[in-house]
Unconditional design. Structure first.
Length: 418
């Protein structure tokens, strides 16, 4: 009886978080607190969990712990304020969701149930988006749908939801076996069609377009017979043609990058400062300058804003105000805060997680790799792991896919308690 209650407690905590990543950030934080409480309780009462913590673990888990310890130690030399340091540590702490959720899942059956709940939450989210588009009542929508950054986004912004949609579509395709057989035949194409239609047709997030194109291309490549895989590289052209015919504004948004970068190249400061690409290039340039000042230790947790502000007066950009943001690139954020060793640590976590996929069955392996690819691509243009909500979503998605691929089947039987 105790084992049964314990198993349900674990599963409820994981499923609550799996569903919560489709809801507002306040709900996500409450669900994360539930996961932490469940984990602490299990560590205190379950000898098997304690053995796992001190025993052999997948390589990416110790690296995540090392990253968190490094951020904590970097507080000693951080140039940021106390509030900025606290916020930085909390948001980098998104990564801890991965080992917590991984340990709370006992077997593949738990992971499959959590993935079903995750997919249900994402379907509620995307149906809310289409409801906003069709002017139907969506009483739970919190985003100001009239604003350009939140139009048709239910709880956050087009940036978050377009990336989330691309990852969700990939997971539905690769992990379609977790969907009950009687409804799988129509649920898989319906959900993928609705979510990709929203990504390309309703939202204007260019990062979401790129992530979706890359993930669809990877899926086509993996599904093709080995002798035809070279043809998979033509998938972006075909997909781009379909998108251009069905949602021309998506390609228009992508081509706009060229115009924005040209304005920066012509030293048109006012124009550059008002465009997405111009702002990013300015962020990246200043980040590289900050890294050059302290390449081996960085400037400490939460220091990016203070370093950016210190460099800004020399550029004389009109209307400049201090920033409380981030460089809109995950790699540069880690490099500025922790130096080149921090960047190497971020890459090591990614490579170690990719290596952990090798023993998995093909569909599970491709699901994990899809989330990793999405993180890697989104990280080029945004702080995907660091940002609230999208960071939680990506970490939970990765943890659920890893659990499905690495954990033993339920038929293996329970592990003896110590």
């Amino acid at each position: 009886m105790t084992a049964l209650v314990e198993g349900k407690f674990r599963l409820v905590a994981v499923c609550a978080l799996a569903f919560a990543v489709s809801l507002p950030i306040a709900v996500i934080n409450l669900a994360k607190l539930g996961v932490v409480c469940a984990f602490v309780w299990l560590v205190a009462t379950d000898g098997v969990v304690r053995q796992k913590l001190v025993g052999r673990q997948p390589d990416f888990i110790p690296l995540i712990y090392l990253a968190m310890v490094t951020f904590l130690v970097s507080v000693l030399w951080s140039s940021a304020s106390g509030a900025a340091i606290g916020k930085s540590l909390a948001q980098h702490g998104n990564l801890l969701v991965i080992p917590l959720v991984f340990f709370l899942q006992r077997n593949r059956r738990d992971a499959a149930i959590a993935l079903q709940v995750f997919m249900l939450g994402q379907m509620v989210l995307v149906l809310g988006t289409w409801g906003l588009y069709l002017n139907l009542p969506v009483p739970w929508a919190q985003a100001a749908s009239e604003g350009i950054s939140t139009r048709y986004a239910v709880f956050s912004s087009y940036l978050d939801q377009s990336i989330m949609g691309a990852v969700f579509a990939a997971l539905v395709w690769h992990l379609r076996e977790v969907i009950p057989g009687p409804i799988r035949r129509f649920v898989v194409p319906l959900s993928i069609g609705l979510v990709l239609g929203a990504v390309f047709g309703l939202f204007i997030g260019r990062t979401g377009y790129v992530v979706a194109l890359v993930l669809v291309t990877a899926s086509v490549f993996w599904e093709m017979p080995a002798r035809w895989r070279w043809a998979g590289f033509s998938a972006p052209v075909f997909i781009g043609l379909v998108v251009w015919l069905a949602a021309p504004q998506a390609l228009d948004r992508l081509w706009l990058v060229k115009t924005e970068i040209a304005a920066v190249a012509q030293n048109s400061a006012p124009v550059a400062a008002e465009t997405s690409s111009g702002i990013r290039l300015q962020f990246w340039k200043n980040s590289l300058m900050a890294l050059q000042k302290s390449p081996w230790t960085g400037h400490g947790a939460g220091s990016w804003s203070s370093q950016y502000d210190a460099l800004q007066p020399g550029f004389g950009l009109p209307g400049y105000v201090p920033t409380v943001g981030n460089p809109h690139q995950e790699y540069l954020l880690w490099a500025v805060e922790l130096g080149l060793p921090g960047l190497a640590l971020l890459l090591a976590i990614g490579f170690a997680t990719w290596r952990a996929c090798r023993p998995m069955e093909p569909q599970a392996r491709r699901a994990v790799q899809s989330v990793l690819i999405a993180i890697a691509v989104a990280g080029l243009f945004n702080c995907a792991l660091f940002d609230a909500l999208i960071g939680d979503f990506l970490c939970v998605s990765l943890a659920l896919a890893l659990g499905f691929g690495l954990l033993p089947p339920a038929s293996a039987g329970p592990v003896a308690r110590s």
